[in-house]
Design a binder for this molecule. Structure first.
Ligand code: SF4
Ligand code: SF4
Ligand code: F3S
Length: 429
């Protein structure tokens, strides 16, 4: 098997195909801390692409309640356990190597799904969820669960009491219970497990934007993609006998929606987000396969400069292109097993944001057009305080967002403007 470089792991890894990269990569950042689980994103996606016979159980976008929930149920526990069985106790990060451009989170010394797959004669390690596991899209919705109850709950369902929950050794200092929402779509991975797995070579990654698609004409329904995507995002459709997955709303990315006059537009699930937790863009990939330096790109800034947003389960090795601002109110150990060793830094940055980060965070949902560049116009200081012993100053800066053609499409201030409705518009007078 060839070796490819995975910068999220800080090292090379096995992958069935030679390294090749798109010019631009579909990338997104979800801010977990702002999500209200209204499921507007899920419904926007469902009503656009998933309303036909055979698609009833399909939710390309889903929002699950962690730690207990998952769609399909326990996919994260199961994948983690499958790798642990092949590599017991070895799933560790070496963070002593320091932060570098090609290894920003340190070096992962454990096994990816591809390393573990090689041990069992597969492209990647995986499993096919049962029909029962696909039954509930947000089981345990809004249920705060203690670690003890969680372990007991898992035990009742027949899972081992051991890893991975216990390895986190996690609990909150104040109380044991917690929950948060995890928003999930296909990560349009750099090294997709689904693509690696398909014996028909029916899955491809577009060179222009890195979007991963299943060719509906080539697919013969072998379901290896369902088995070997660790995030469980390809879904089999019984009526057509082929699999389907999130298509990143590619006509919108291509600027085909008349609303933006030919300019790239964010996907349905992003644009519909009520909590303003989602931002999506395309990042430029350099000759070496790494992200090209792009200091004034809002997602480059958030992910590579501030490192406030982190990949989901980077240790699985697909180099997912979905990033998350991790939850402030979850046990750190639990968050670390989910987002890797960058969690403490990311939460610190989010709790006490720099002046620039605070401004850039205002761009989340400021425009339906994809923002490729930002700029900040300085404003006056409006507030200061101490947070966790650190000085925090707030400036009413104005942040500007520009589309692919360099046209201004967003202008928003840090301090939310207040409009007072004129007396003649007040209905009860
Ligand atoms: Fe494929 Fe799964 Fe990655 Fe999507 S998340 S590209 S379906 S491996
Ligand atoms: Fe659905 Fe588009 Fe969101 Fe994918 S990007 S989950 S196709 S709305
Ligand atoms: Fe390939 Fe998945 Fe279809 S493995 S043949 S794309 S069901």
């Amino acid at each position: 098997m060839p070796e490819v470089y995975n910068w999220q792991l800080g090292r090379k890894m096995l992958y069935p195909y030679e390294e090749r990269h798109p010019k631009w990569q579909f990338t997104f950042v979800f801010n977990i801390n702002r999500c209200l689980a209204c499921q507007t994103c899920s419904m926007a996606d469902k009503s656009t692409w998933l309303f036909s016979k055979g698609q009833e159980y399909m939710w390309w976008n889903n929002v699950e309640t962690k730690p207990y929930g998952g769609y399909p149920q326990f996919y994260d526990v199961k994948i983690t356990q499958l790798i642990e069985q092949v590599n017991p106790g070895g799933q560790v990060w070496n963070v002593r190597v320091g932060r570098k451009h090609h290894a920003p989170y340190g070096v992962f010394e454990g096994m990816t799904i591809f390393d573990a797959g090689a041990k069992v004669g597969q492209a990647a390690i995986g499993y096919i969820p049962t029909d029962q596991e696909w039954r509930f899209v947000n089981i345990y919705e809004d249920t705060a669960t203690s670690m003890r109850a969680l372990v007991e709950g898992i035990d009742k369902t027949g899972f081992s009491r051991d890893e991975p929950w216990k390895m986190t050794g996690s609990s909150l200092p104040e109380h044991e219970t917690f929950f948060f929402y995890l928003q999930r779509i296909c990560n349009h991975c750099t090294y997709p497990g689904c693509l690696a797995a398909c014996p028909r070579k029916a899955i491809y990654k577009r060179p222009e934007d890195g979007i991963v698609l299943i060719d509906q004409n080539r697919c013969r329904g072998y379901k290896k993609c369902v088995e070997q995507c660790p995030y469980k995002k390809p879904m089999y459709r019984g009526t057509t006998r082929v699999s389907e997955k999130c298509i990143a709303c590619y006509p919108r990315i291509e600027g085909k929606d008349p609303l933006t006059g030919g300019e790239p537009m964010e996907t349905r699930c992003m644009a519909a987000c009520v909590g303003k937790i989602r931002m999506q863009s395309l990042v430029r990939i350099g000759e070496d396969g790494l992200w090209a330096e792009d200091r004034w790109h809002p997602l480059y800034y958030a992910i590579r400069v501030e490192q406030v947003a982190l990949p989901l389960y980077p240790q699985w090795g697909t180099e997912p292109n979905g990033y998350y601002i991790p939850p402030r109110h979850s046990p750190r150990g639990y968050a670390r097993q989910m987002f890797g060793p960058g969690v403490d830094n990311a939460i610190e940055k989010y709790l006490v944001p720099s002046r620039e980060l605070l401004a850039v965070l205002q761009l989340w949902r400021a425009s339906q057009q994809i923002i490729f560049r930002y700029d900040v116009i300085p404003g006056p200081k409006v507030f200061e305080t101490q947070i966790h012993g650190k000085r925090f100053e707030m400036y009413n800066d104005t942040v500007l967002g520009f589309n692919k053609s360099g046209k201004e499409v967003a202008r928003i201030q840090v301090e939310e403007p207040i409009y007072i409705r004129p007396a003649e518009r007040v209905t009860w007078l």
